[in-house]
Design a protein around this ligand. Sequence first.
Ligand SMILES: NC(=O)C1=CN([C@@H]2O[C@H](COP(=O)(O)OP(=O)(O)OC[C@H]3O[C@@H](n4cnc5c(N)ncnc54)[C@H](OP(=O)(O)O)[C@@H]3O)[C@@H](O)[C@H]2O)C=CC1
Ligand SMILES: O=C1O[C@H](COP(=O)(O)O)[C@@H](O)[C@H](O)[C@H]1O
Length: 599
Amino acid sequence: MAAALSSSNHCCSKSPAYSSSSSSSIGFNQSLKNVQFSVISRKKLGSKNVSLQSKCTPLSNAILMQDGALPTKVPTTSETPLKKSKEVLSPITSPEENKAPIISDVNNSKSTVSITVVGASGDLAKKKIFPALFALYYEDCLPEHFTIFGYARSKMSDAELRDMVSRTLTCRIDKRENCGEKMEQFLQRCFYHSGQYDSEDNFTELNKKLKEHEGGRIANRLFYLSIPPNIFVAAVKCASRSASASNGWTRVIVEKPFGRDSESSAALTTSLKQYLEEDQIFRIDHYLGKELVENLSVLRFSNLIFEPLWSRQYIRNVQLIFSEDFGTEGRGGYFDHYGIIRDIMQNHLLQILALFAMETPVSLDAEDIRNEKVKVLRSMKPIRADDVVIGQYKSDTRGGVSYPGYTDDTTVPKNSLTPTFAAAALFIDNARWDGVPFLMKAGKALHNKTAEIRVQFRHVPGNLYNRNFGTDLDRATNELVIRVQPDEAIYLKINNKVPGLGMRLDRSNLNLLYKARYSKEIPDAYERLLLDAVEGERRLFIRSDELDAAWKLFTPVLKELEENKIIPEYYPYGSRGPVGAHYLAARYNVKWGDLGVDE
Ligand SMILES: NC(=O)C1=CN([C@@H]2O[C@H](COP(=O)(O)OP(=O)(O)OC[C@H]3O[C@@H](n4cnc5c(N)ncnc54)[C@H](OP(=O)(O)O)[C@@H]3O)[C@@H](O)[C@H]2O)C=CC1
Ligand SMILES: O=C1O[C@H](COP(=O)(O)O)[C@@H](O)[C@H](O)[C@H]1O
């Protein structure tokens, strides 16, 4: 099998400092003739493609900007290390076709990217994928030549797809200029093909249409599987056999759930690998695309003040908290088969934990980061069933409004024991984290919607100010809060002297509230992830060994809970969840930080 080489870092910019200023008009649609696109120049140095800096720049090219300003110099090649990424064509492509390695540069006018959203009629496609693609287009972050195809069984014309998509597109709050015009241009690049997910003939028809749009360019293809998991493999088989790129790269984004335990996950990986190489599979965990999760490594590794504290020596416990103030409305059928541990903990919270706890990677290269994450996952102690508390929400009436219980959903069996809430204590068995509880808590239908990381530090030794702290020393310890959403923020709770002649201390926050500090709207996680997939940047996607390690950790405890039919603790819709979570934390001398008086 021959390998195609792809530059992994396409970028684009309007910034004069970074753009080669060459513009071109796009060719295939009359109405788009006058649209100008900035095309970035690339230096080719030996075998390395070096792309210049832009607002769409991935991590490997990151440079420090002061006060949110655009950088003012073009980074030199040594500042922008760019790993040549090796793309493997779909195994199904004949060896003859693959003889010559191909440089498939997504921002090259001789190449094009076709993005096919498989399951385009569905919820995720409408809610997240098309809006993210539009945002990337609006920001000029998509390659010069691209086409988007929706694929699903529903019968729709191109015009109907555009109409459906147009209803969910939004303009950035801070950028409304030309937005309507841009939407129209974007929609003209969206097309639809109706087909079955398990029909090679239907994918062959799609292939024909894609080819027409690709117009003889080097054709790179990205398939986004936004469909229920039971049809992933059939769709991959057909896409790979009948619609993979013949002279560019083929990549497939796979949405979770990636199985429901170690066995089914391994079986899914094995099946996918019949048709795809690991390099072609982009397993998405959209929490990795969230701004504050991306910032975790920056915070820790680029600030001297944090890294020395990042261990059992100074950190008492770490809390990973997810809560939603709505139930499983509309998704009960899916949810009942998975439950909150699989839906949130095994993936989103565990990924954050791995990023939080990993050792310094050798570089910012995807493999180096993922190697460190997987080491954390493999160092974790098995989760004990009595270190897990589960709950399920029940109906409640407040202020004359009644809220349904989980089992009131008609798609959920009346006797379901599926947890909609869970709290767990996890431990990493390595020198850095020995004995430090990592407490996770995730729930639906709670009193608020939030996702945050709380780091509680040890008590200050000695008793210089103990008298001023009062009896509750926990309340006086430092706590670093990374609020992933909403109102993204990083704040550090410190003790401070209340101004005045006396000596009274209070707790204050050193607060980096994003909306006060940065005027730019924070991109949706799906924007970042889609851009990375187009660019072949894998660091935010889950490698198969990470996935195996994550399932290895959770499968035994899930089995134990399910086989023993453990009854969840019922909590009222809109409450703070089961009290069992407090007892669990108390077992480790911990108080949940989100429930304190000064959250
Ligand atoms: N929605 C969300 O917020 C999230 C979703 N996900 C994951 O993303 C993927 C897509 O999610 P979502 O859009 O909600 O899914 P949907 O249930 O909306 O399904 C997407 C499309 O797949 C087709 N489809 C649905 N059920 C079947 C079936 N039984 N057999 C064949 N085709 C079917 C339908 O298209 P048609 O009938 O036209 O073929 C549907 O429009 C799933 O894997 C989900 O777990 C992950 C995170 C969040
Ligand atoms: O993956 C999932 O995530 C959503 C929450 O995502 P967010 O970005 O809105 O925080 C959750 O509602 C869903 O159950 C789960 O499958």
